[in-house]
Design a protein around this ligand. Structure first.
Ligand SMILES: Cc1cc2nc3c(=O)[nH]c(=O)nc-3n(C[C@H](O)[C@H](O)[C@H](O)COP(=O)(O)O)c2cc1C
Length: 402
């Protein structure tokens, strides 16, 4: 049974949610070259809004060109000229009674200069195991100031484009997560060291948005833990949540992991070896016999993160106990009992999902009226690999032949 309160409304930071089951940010590889949303976006977002999502959080939108994703078709919000184009998302979504929140991100070292045309940047000059072609440049004071200004300017554009709020992407090893985690932030100045210093860039962004946009809703998505040496732990994430609340954040979505850890952010029962070898930028350039030879090696070498479901619920509960702002939990919560258990814990305010919406944009409506008790998604993660190749869709059983 679904928890009865799941389908009641809730206001978070001034955003009126029609229910507590949200679409978590999902990169769609659908944007125009300029970073503007496309007609494919418009179609997808309309379907999500019609399909009953409590709110939609967009795929990550870049705040600066050097922080653009290495994946194709990233939304961008780095320039005033993009503002009018976003009305093609906000207007139809609102006409179906659904709020829409723009996720803002800078990829930091988790991108490639071959794609951005610019040197990658990070809090510290440390090579990333996945994006390891180059060592990123350590940001100086001026670079950090520019990034703070870019996040605030992008939030202003989001407000003008009709978004109900923005979500700062502090999760998954992107730039702001790189500042928060001791694994990637080795600085000894006021932007590194103790947690308050590592959090400074986020507090300055929030402060500036508050100064410029008053009480415009600003959510945050955090990785409550990663499995990197010296990296994020739940107790530190609780500290970050307290700092977020004190800095005026409207709500916190709790995720975990970094891209460098492999598929720990979006877990599944098996490794997506076939699409990795067919399309991932590291393997696609290799001759076919070598790629085939790699299959068993990959199976041996890549450890599957566990547990596969409900992996952020415990962290979200710990965070919810420490703050009074709403907490959203995401991560392998795809079946009725799990959604009800996460939500019904009496603490967590909302549950969000990503992959279930890819295969069924109307999954919330179906859960609500009893047509489904679980998502049809089998968490093969082909979608997550194949967005390197083209627009987001469910690829299970539909991969191109190697
Ligand atoms: C194809 C794909 C793209 C994603 N893009 C984003 C993104 O842009 N921003 C983000 O915060 N998380 C992103 N995620 C992670 C999801 O929001 C979510 O945290 C993760 O998939 C676990 O939730 P799930 O089990 O409901 O899929 C993405 C996940 C997938 C599968």
């Amino acid at each position: 049974m679904m928890h009865p309160d799941l389908f009641t409304s809730l206001t978070i930071g001034g955003i009126h949610l029609r229910n507590r089951l949200l679409r978590s940010a999902t990169h769609e590889s659908m944007a125009e070259e300029s970073g503007a949303p496309s007609s494919a976006h418009e179609k997808l977002y309309t379907a999500l809004a019609k399909g009953g999502a409590g709110a939609i959080i967009t795929g990550y939108a870049g705040v600066q060109q050097d922080g653009r994703s290495s994946l194709p078709g990233m939304l961008m919000m780095h320039d005033d000229s993009l503002v009018p184009a976003y009305r093609r998302l906000t207007d139809p979504v609102h006409s179906h009674g659904c709020p829409i929140i723009l996720q803002l991100a800078h990829c930091g070292r988790q991108t490639r200069s071959a794609v951005t045309g610019m040197k990658t940047v990070a809090p510290s000059a440390l090579r990333d195991r996945i994006f390891n072609e180059e060592i990123p440049r350590e940001l100086d004071e001026e670079g950090i100031r520019a990034i703070i200004a870019s996040f605030a300017a992008a939030a202003g554009r989001a407000a003008r484009a009709g978004f109900d709020g923005v979500q700062l992407h502090l999760a998954h090893g992107y730039l702001l997560a790189q500042f928060l985690s001791g694994y990637t932030n080795r600085r000894r100045d006021r932007w590194g060291g103790p947690l308050e210093n590592r959090f400074r860039i986020v507090s300055e962004i929030l402060l500036r948005i508050r100064r410029e946009l008053g009480d415009y809703p600003v959510l945050a998505k955090i990785s409550a833990y990663d499995r990197r040496p010296g990296g994020m732990r739940i107790d530190e994430a609780v500290g970050i949540a307290r700092l977020l609340e004190a800095s005026g954040c409207s709500a916190i979505e709790v995720s975990s992991g970094t891209v460098e850890e492999g598929l720990s952010i979006m877990r599944g029962p098996e490794l997506p070896i076939e699409p990795l070898l067919a399309c991932n930028f590291r393997f696609a350039a290799m001759p076919m016999p070598l790629r085939k030879f790699m299959t068993p090696l990959l199976r041996l070498g890549m450890r599957l993160p566990e547990p596969v479901t409900n992996y952020n619920v415990e962290a979200a509960r710990a965070i919810r106990r420490a703050v009074s702002i709403p907490v959203i939990v995401v991560g392998g919560i795809h079946v009725q009992e799990d959604i009800a258990a996460a939500f019904g814990s009496g603490a967590i305010d909302c549950v969000s999902m990503s992959r279930p919406f890819i295969i069924e944009p109307d999954i919330v409506r179906k859960l609500q009226d009893g047509r489904r008790t679980a998502s049809r998604c089998i968490r093969c993660n082909y979608c997550a690999i194949m967005i390197e190749h083209g627009p987001l869709r469910c690829w299970y059983g539909k991969l191109p032949k190697m």
